[in-house]
Design a protein around this ligand. Structure first.
Ligand code: NAI
Length: 261
């Protein structure tokens, strides 16, 4: 636990499932005020609120689409009205789908960019506005992916969106460092969540992914939540503009393991 997160207000987008859900519950255990944005996974929301409150945190849920400017503004306003101000913004909502690039339609390309990149932009902009208005030395955490670095055939739109998040994070970190606002990025590797549930249910596909992870296993959402808690707490006070890879070593050229090459 990080004592300084007690009473901090944290918004997490796409928080009713997977990594977002694990982060919401982790910040609940930190006794933070958690604003759960969700679009899917509605059935998880009430039990999550109860679990956060049982852990000594406070929670409110706000349904909304991160691609909709009015919804994002409403999300920030809810945090301010309910808990006074916004301390931590986590842009986590994301989608992906597989398609050979020569068959990728403009609509599909636009949709993935809209959720993953435009949605994160709106979250960053509105959170930073709120922090500036109230003089809050806040933290923004964007959830990108190892595919901000590793090219990913058949996922051109996804990899492009995550690469965009990388430079967005770095640019905002530079721009708002003088105000004491820290902006960082977490790049998860292969994590067991609904986004890739079908793939990991197939033993062959799962083994193929595990073989790309030097630590040898598919990560759990709680391992990403732990990284987010650190970046949100003052234990990371001198850290801004980084991508924290939480990927079991996937970005360390696993095919070179064993000294071959
Ligand atoms: P997930 O599918 O459980 O979570 C994504 C969440 O975003 C869902 O709850 C979904 O309802 C929500 N969402 C989708 N579109 C939305 C919109 N327009 N507005 C608001 N919410 C919306 O999957 P997971 O894995 O938890 O994904 C979370 C983030 O982590 C995503 O950005 C994903 O790209 C990233 N990530 C996941 C990895 C993995 O292996 N699971 C690896 C690298 C990155």
């Amino acid at each position: 636990m990080y004592n300084d997160l007690q009473g901090a207000t944290v918004i997490i987008t796409g928080a009713a499932t997977g990594i977002g859900r694990a982060m919401a519950l982790r910040f609940g255990r930190e006794q933070a005020n958690v604003v759960i944005n969700y679009l899917g996974g509605e059935q998880n929301v009430e039990p999550m609120i109860r679990e956060i409150e049982a852990a000594g945190g406070r929670a409110v849920a706000v349904k909304g689409d991160v691609t909709n400017e009015a919804d994002v503004k409403q999300l920030i306003r809810t945090a301010e009205d309910r808990f006074g101000s916004l301390d931590v913004m986590i842009n986590n909502a994301g989608i992906e789908n597989e398609v050979p690039s020569e068959e990728l339609t403009l609509d599909n390309w636009k949709r993935v960019l809209d959720v993953n990149l435009n949605g994160a932009f709106l979250g960053c902009r509105e959170a930073i506005r709120s922090m500036l208005e109230r003089g809050v030395k806040g933290r923004v955490i964007n959830i990108s992916s190892v595919h901000e670095k590793i090219p990913w055939p058949h996922f051109l739109h996804y990899a492009t969106s995550k690469g965009g998040i990388k430079l967005m994070t770095e640019t905002l970190a530079l721009e708002f460092a003088p105000k004491g606002i820290r902006v960082n990025n977490i790049a998860p590797g292969a994590i067991e969540t609904p986004i890739n549930g079908a793939k990991f249910a197939d033993p062959e596909a799962r083994a193929a992914v595990e073989a790309m992870v030097p630590l040898g296993y598919i990560g759990q959402p709680e391992e990403i939540a732990a990284a987010a808690a650190w970046l949100a707490s003052s234990e990371s006070s001198y850290v801004t503009g980084i991508t924290l890879f939480a990927d079991g070593g996937m970005t360390q050229y696993p095919s070179f393991q064993g000294g071959k090459g």
